[in-house]
Design a binder for this molecule. Structure first.
Ligand code: KDG
Ligand code: MG
Length: 395
């Protein structure tokens, strides 16, 4: 079997996505997700202008060899653009393998260890007051066992995905004093609303300095967060070490990691309880298998990144990993029911706190290319945070 064509599909149903479709001379094809919020066109250019030429004529089932060819063979190591491109291609190749074997992806990964996947969903609303008021109903109506909040007052308002139709990134204010007080207050209020039996994950989104994060986490210890996500930025491992050594709260970390090697200290020193890598950033399924095994060795659980800005293809891959891997922790369910459902078919279905998926070959998703073309790509940016003195702060 040989690869005959590699297509990139940019589309914007509810927000921008980049899909990869790899076609073979057997008539079988595979689909993957290479979306990188704000930089989709650059990833597409890398696939179209470079990686596609390396793929056409190859045997699609030599997946590991292609991964090593791109990661090591081409000398320069990958950043976010290269790793997103490689991840989208890797997913499509595993999808082809599943179709050839006529088996779901999880079967190729060793088979199911569980039938359903515990998940958490984001409490949504336009203000924290609205989210506090809705949190308990949200749990009751949807049957969630665990919910997720995101810190940020008011910087995170409306900034989940990207901002379209603007010449550049939208600027959001960041005032540390207000943010610290508001971050603690918000969590405490939601805990009171939902009671003690609901898990609450709190995403601090890499925005705080180590001493700010330590203060916030110590204040929240008695309110028992399920885990605190990304208390500090990933750039300095010492920041994470410092937070870990001074707080007792569980930590989830790693959505910005770009490789297995970046994960090492968090895993081998047990600086995190939940490793939250994003399969589109760390090299796809080929690399996700290795990261999960590394984490299993050190008793670290997996909580794969599953935000709103990746497509049902990625949510489906997360699901296959979760049912087949021993050290599953919990899954972020950032799936959207928006117009993306007109473009991508398949993917996990939510029911009463868990995610389920029907059996089918490969990843179990397909793309309607005509529908994708009906939602043209629109340039968009992730917003930025600026402090009162005008300086940039991590978004
Ligand atoms: O595009 C950025 C999002 O993927 C990110 O803000 C989502 O932090 C996130 C999460 O935990 O879902
Ligand atoms: Mg996050």
């Amino acid at each position: 079997m040989k690869i005959t064509e590699v297509k990139t599909i940019l589309t914007s149903p509810n927000q921008n996505y980049l899909f990869v479709k790899i076609v073979t001379d057997s008539g079988l094809y595979g689909v993957g997700d290479a979306s990188l919020n704000g930089r989709e066109q650059t990833v597409a250019a890398l696939i179209d202008g470079y990686l596609a030429h390396m793929l056409v004529g190859r045997d699609p089932l030599q997946i590991e060899d292609f991964w090593q060819l791109v990661y090591r063979g081409s000398y320069w190591r990958g950043g976010n653009i290269m790793m997103s491109a490689l991840s989208g291609i890797d997913m499509a190749l595993w999808d082809i393998l599943g179709k050839v074997a006529d088996k779901p992806l999880y079967a190729l990964l060793g088979g199911k260890q569980r039938d359903k996947v515990l998940c958490y969903a984001h409490v949504l609303g336009s203000t924290n007051e609205e989210k506090i008021a809705r949190a308990a109903d949200y749990v009751k109506e949807r049957g969630l066992k665990v919910i997720r909040l995101r810190a940020g007052l008011p910087a995170a308002h409306g900034t989940f995905g990207n901002q379209r139709g603007q010449a550049g990134p939208k600027v959001e204010p960041w005032n540390p004093e207000e943010e610290i007080a508001g971050t603690i207050d918000y969590f405490v209020k939601v805990r009171k609303e939902v009671g003690d039996n609901v898990g609450i994950i709190y995403d601090l989104h890499e925005r705080f300095s180590p001493e700010q994060a330590i203060y916030i986490m110590r204040c929240l210890e008695e309110y028992r967060p399920y885990f605190i996500e990304d208390p500090v930025a990933p750039d300095s491992v010492d920041s994470l070490r410092s937070v870990r050594s001074k707080t007792a709260v569980s930590i989830g970390f790693g959505e910005l990691y770009k490789s297995r090697w970046e994960c090492l200290p968090a895993v081998t020193e047990r600086l995190a309880d939940y490793l939250r890598c994003d399969i589109i950033r760390i090299g796809g399924i080929t690399e996700a298998r290795k990261i999960a095994v590394l984490a299993e060795t050190y008793d670290v659980k997996m909580a794969w990144h599953g935000p709103n800005d990746v497509s049902p293809i990625t949510h489906a891959v997360n699901w296959h990993l979760n049912v087949s891997q021993y050290n599953f922790g919990i899954q972020e369910d950032g799936t959207t029911d928006g117009l993306i459902k007109n473009v991508i078919f398949g993917g996990p279905v939510y029911d009463n706190g868990y995610l389920f998926m029907k059996d089918g070959p490969g990843i179990g998703c397909d793309i309607d290319e005509e529908a994708a073309a009906a939602y043209p790509f629109r340039k968009a940016y992730i917003p930025v945070c600026r402090q009162e003195d005008g300086s940039i702060h991590t978004w």
